[in-house]
Design a protein around this ligand. Sequence first.
Ligand code: SF4
Ligand code: SF4
Length: 192
Amino acid sequence: MHQLGLMIDMNKCIGCKTCVVACRNHHGIVDHENCMPGEIPFYIRVESLTEGTYPLVSEHCWVVPCQHCKNAQCVKACASEAIVKDPQTGIVRIDADKCAGSKACIEACPYNVIQFDAVRNKAHKCDLCHDRVVAGEIPVCAEVCMTDAISFGEVEMLRQTALDQGREIDRKKSAMSIVYLKPTPKNTLAGV
Ligand code: SF4
Ligand code: SF4
């Protein structure tokens, strides 16, 4: 099975959240009141880590979408069989017509990326822009990132490209189908 995914370059991500906003717009999760009353829904979030002590301080940012897990806990947890891992692309998708709104997937997901639409009583999440991908386009987050921090493609090819470029993969973060590249020292204030 092919596994499509994203590669996140922590040398390049500046935490601007342009991808977060574009993703919300593309997937129509901009109506906060109806999509997720009382909360702002997201399919992709930004995390960051500050290391070192002043003046040798570095901050790294990275984004966290659904990891399109190899052995997805959300798929196992769904009694309605509403979540499937597509054998062609490896993309994990939720079929809204089958979703019974039990929230079992939300409890099961170790990455805390599944949102809940209380009005429609449906779980929803990143589907790697499946509609665009099958049309030969790339996911919106990868398209809008102004620093080119997000690459899209077949995961093993993304990994090989990174290794060919001498980059180090963050193995701990990259356990699933999203590949994270460690920041190199020269790109950190601590490394100057
Ligand atoms: S991945 Fe790109 S668009 Fe998203 S927060 Fe990082 S720099 Fe901004
Ligand atoms: S990150 Fe969560 S929602 Fe995405 S495939 Fe894995 S378990 Fe399912």
